[in-house]
Each structure stands twice: as structure tokens, then as C-alpha cells.
Design a protein around this ligand. Structure first.
Ligand code: BGP
Length: 473
């Protein structure tokens, strides 16, 4: 009973949130480089290119680019079996449409992966984690343009070829389904789209997501030719949507909300569009550019496993006069049965077991929980430690729920990479003070600090969890 003996315990980060060195060694500007620092409840702004005098937290981040040896050594000390990070697209193809890759960028990831492998830590790699080259946004309109499929596939193949002996587990687009709400922030992060007057953001999102799904399928297929042992997955942001009550209307409404958020996974895993999406396109009269060739590619490039992030669950209520239970006509409500974090994110450990069951009932393929964690305000003590019992509590409960899903429900789980083993820049707000790490980094929201690393109480706790393969929590 328990987790498999080769269970992949580790932690997850994304290049733009920790590397810094935004313009070093030939790196180009990515979309993360034009996003300013926001704050708790204050969204980040997107600037027109890099503007002098603005505060861009990703430009330096925690300078992992120069500290990676020290940081990987600390992860090794915790006993990590794997380390999930992304390859910054703009280190490899600075503009996205370059003819040749940038050797200095490729070399950086060789060095990083070698450093991991030295300690027996497997790199687990995301190809595109909110890091599109900014040039693709300004010149091509991001994934509103079919041409981006080829740019992505070229980038993916370059990485597969270069690291085929060092990396086995890959994922294509991080949280591809975040854009289901088609807000400007998420459309830029996922698809490199800046909205213009006259755009229909919803239709645009469906078109861009289609191109990304095709690009992902092409990458999966190409990757299997390069190394048949590769495991290439999708990456889904999973926030299960519960009905707010057992009123059948709310229950049906939650089915609709789940369709809206998770059709992406249906296409990734099954290789075709679910009937409810075809009906939706029909109803809305959305004639998307989806060719027969695309449909064949989707089938041939179904993913090998499902990677997903889990932070929270949600609850939904049907709105009056929504007899058709149509999307975007429902109301998300506070679930009184669960607490929320300082950033208002519901804390629901049982929801992780629910999510694992939901995926496994639907698809029966292996899964990996590649993000899960608590963003919190930490207080450093005079002796340089942090007593982050709240983080231990959060992770303990979630790992216990995951263990139940394995032991009692029999889901096929490959690994768990909590987010994020070291404090990094928050993706949604650009803050440093929204901390997730076992390792504290001395830097604040204003960008001040020594960047010194120190161990929190949770560092020793997680070491024990890994040592006992999740038996001792
Ligand atoms: C996910 C992203 C990550 C990450 C995490 C926590 O959506 O994949 O990049 O940052 O959420 O979110 P935040 O940093 O906004 O707290």
C-alpha cells in the first residue's frame, strides 16, 4: 500500500519566475518580461515593450540563472527525485521565428540538467510556461495566427533532440485551459494575444486554443520519433467546480462549468473534440479554422499522461433564466465548507482526491500532480528560519488526500511536484511576498534584498516525507 516505489517526489517552477537574466547570453524578450509587478488584489499591467522606469519582477527574479548550483544542491538535500522547470523559449529562439537556435541558451539547460542528474534528480520539463517570445505577439498576433504552430513545433523538436538523453517527462503548454475565461491577462499568458477593438475574445480563444492543441499534438508525435521512451503530457489547471447546492439546476450548471474548463483535456487525451463543444460552436455560429488535416494530427498526437496543477476547488450556482445552462451565465460563489488563503484561494485538500478521481474515471491514463502549494506571507525569525506550519499543514492534507486516491481509489499516479520549492515571483500578481517555498529567498516586492537562501521549517518536513515515500506526513 502506498505510493509506487519509483514515485517522483519533487518541486516545480517555471523559468521566467526564477531565472532572471532576462536579456543575458542572447535571450530575447518574452511576454513575462513586459508584465509589471502587481500586488495582492492589484493586477499586473502589460506594457508596450520594455519601458524604462517600470518595475518588471521577472527581469531579475531570484537570479536562479547564476544560483542554480546552490539551489539544486538544496533540493538534493531534501531528497528530490525530480525537478520540474520550463525551458525559456526566448533563450533558445530569442524572437520565436529565428532560423537557428541560440547555442548559449541550449548550453544553459544542458548545464542545469547535468547538475540535476548529478544528484539523481530527473528534470521534468514544460515547453511553454507563460513564456512566448514577445516578438511573436507583436509580429504575428500570437496564437491568433496559425504560423505559431510551426514556431512552437520547431522549438519543441530542438529541445527534444538536444535533451533526448537527459529528459524523459515533458509537457507541452502549461495550464492551457486558464484562458477558458478569455481575460486579457490569461489570453496573453497562454496564447500571446493582445486584444484589439472589434475582437470577439471568446471566439479568438477557441481558435488560438485549437492551434495550440494541434501544435501540442504535432510535438507529441515528433517527440515519439526522436525518443520512443519519452512521456509527453498535457498540463491542465484543475479547479473542480462543485454545484453550490444539490438543486438539480446547480448540479447541471456545474457540469457546464466543467465542460467550459476541461474540454481542452478531452482533446489532448482523446484526440478529438467532444460532442458538447461541437454543439457549442454550432450554437454560437463559430466557424473556426479547423482543417481535416488538423483533426488527423490531433488523433495521432494524443498525450501519454495528464499533468495537472491543483490549488483549489470552486462552487457554482445557476443564474435565473439560464434554462439552457449556458456557459458564462452562472455565478461562482464562496464555498462555506472550505477556508481561503490570504489571496482568497479556497483551500480544499479533499478536492485533490476528487480531481484525481475525475480525471482517472474519464481517461484511465497515468497522471502527475505537477503543482500544488500555498502562497502565504512568511515571517523570517532572527535566526534566519521561518516557522511555516501553515504550509506544512496545507501540503500534509493534500498529500494525504492524494494517498487516499492511490490506496483506496486506485488511480495511477506517477509523481508529485509541489509548487514551488523555493520562493519565486508570483505568476498572477508578480509579487515576491506571495511565498510558496521550503527555501526562503531574501527579496521583497519592491525588488530589494540580498537574494540569500535559507531553510524554512517545511524544508525538513518535506525531506522526511520523501524519505518515507509519503508514509510519514
Ligand atoms: C499556476 C502557474 C504557476 C504558478 C502558480 C501559482 O497557475 O502555473 O506559474 O505561479 O499557478 O500562482 P501564483 O504564482 O499566481 O500564486
Amino acid at each position: 500500500m502506498g505510493f509506487r516505489s519509483d514515485f517522483l517526489w519533487g518541486g516545480a517552477v517555471a523559468a521566467h519566475q526564477l531565472e532572471g537574466s532576462w536579456n543575458e547570453d542572447g535571450k530575447g524578450i518574452s511576454i513575462a518580461d513586459v508584465m509589471t509587478a502587481g500586488a495582492n488584489g492589484v493586477p499586473r499591467r502589460i506594457t508596450d515593450g520594455v519601458v524604462e522606469g517600470e518595475n518588471y519582477p521577472n527581469h531579475e527574479a531570484i537570479d536562479f540563472y547564476h544560483h542554480y548550483k546552490e539551489d539544486i544542491a538544496m533540493m538534493a538535500e531534501m531528497g528530490f527525485k525530480c525537478f520540474r522547470t520550463s525551458i525559456a523559449w526566448t533563450r533558445i529562439f530569442p524572437n520565436g521565428d529565428d532560423k537557428e537556435p541560440n547555442e548559449a541558451g541550449l548550453q544553459f539547460y544542458d548545464n542545469l540538467f547535468d547538475e540535476c542528474l548529478k544528484y539523481g534528480i530527473q528534470p521534468v520539463v514544460t515547453l511553454c510556461h507563460f513564456e512566448l517570445p514577445y516578438h511573436l505577439v507583436t509580429e504575428y498576433g500570437g496564437f491568433r495566427n496559425r504560423k505559431c504552430i510551426d514556431f512552437f513545433v520547431k522549438f519543441a523538436k530542438t529541445c527534444f533532440e538536444r535533451y533526448k538523453k537527459k529528459v524523459k517527462y515533458w509537457m507541452t503548454f502549461n495550464e492551457i485551459n486558464n484562458q477558458a475565461d478569455y481575460t486579457q491577462h490569461n489570453l496573453l499568458q497562454e496564447s500571446g494575444i493582445l486584444l484589439k477593438d472589434g475582437d470577439n475574445p471568446e471566439k479568438l480563444m477557441y481558435q488560438a486554443a485549437h492551434y495550440e492543441l494541434v501544435a501540442s499534438a504535432m510535438a507529441v508525435k515528433a517527440g515519439h520519433v526522436i525518443n520512443p521512451d519519452f512521456m509527453i503530457g498535457c498540463m491542465i489547471s484543475m479547479c473542480p467546480v462543485y454545484p453550490a447546492t444539490c438543486n438539480p439546476e446547480d448540479v447541471m450548471c456545474s457540469v457546464g462549468a466543467m465542460h467550459q474548463k476541461y474540454w481542452f483535456a478531452d482533446v489532448h487525451v482523446r484526440g478529438y473534440y467532444p460532442a458538447y463543444m461541437e454543439k457549442l460552436f454550432e450554437r454560437k455560429n463559430y466557424k473556426l479554422d479547423r482543417t481535416e488535416e488538423d483533426m488527423r494530427i490531433l488523433k495521432e498526437g494524443a498525450v501519454d499522461y495528464i499533468a495537472f496543477s491543483y490549488y483549489m476547488s470552486m462552487a457554482v450556482k445557476n443564474k435565473e433564466n439560464n434554462a439552457a445552462f449556458d456557459y458564462n451565465n452562472n455565478s461562482y460563489v464562496r464555498n462555506e465548507y472550505v477556508d481561503v488563503s490570504d489571496w482568497g484561494w479556497p483551500i480544499d485538500s479533499m478536492g485533490l482526491r476528487y480531481a484525481l478521481n475525475w480525471f482517472y474515471d474519464r481517461y484511465q491514463i497515468p497522471m502527475m500532480v505537477v503543482e500544488n502549494g500555498l502562497g502565504a506571507y512568511d515571517k523570517k525569525m532572527p535566526d534566519d528560519t521561518v516557522d511555516d506550519y501553515y504550509r506544512i499543514d496545507y501540503l500534509k492534507n493534500h498529500i494525504a488526500a492524494m494517498r487516499d486516491a492511490v490506496n483506496m481509489d486506485g488511480v495511477d499516479l506517477l509523481g508529485y511536484t509541489m509548487w514551488a520549492p523555493i520562493d519565486i515571483v508570483s505568476a498572477s500578481t508578480g509579487e515576491m511576498d506571495k511565498r510558496y517555498g521550503f527555501i526562503y529567498v531574501d527579496k521583497n516586492n519592491a525588488g530589494e534584498g540580498t537574494l540569500k537562501r535559507s531553510k524554512k521549517k517545511s524544508f525538513y518536513w518535506y525531506k522526511k516525507v520523501i524519505e518515507t515515500n509519503g508514509q510519514e506526513l
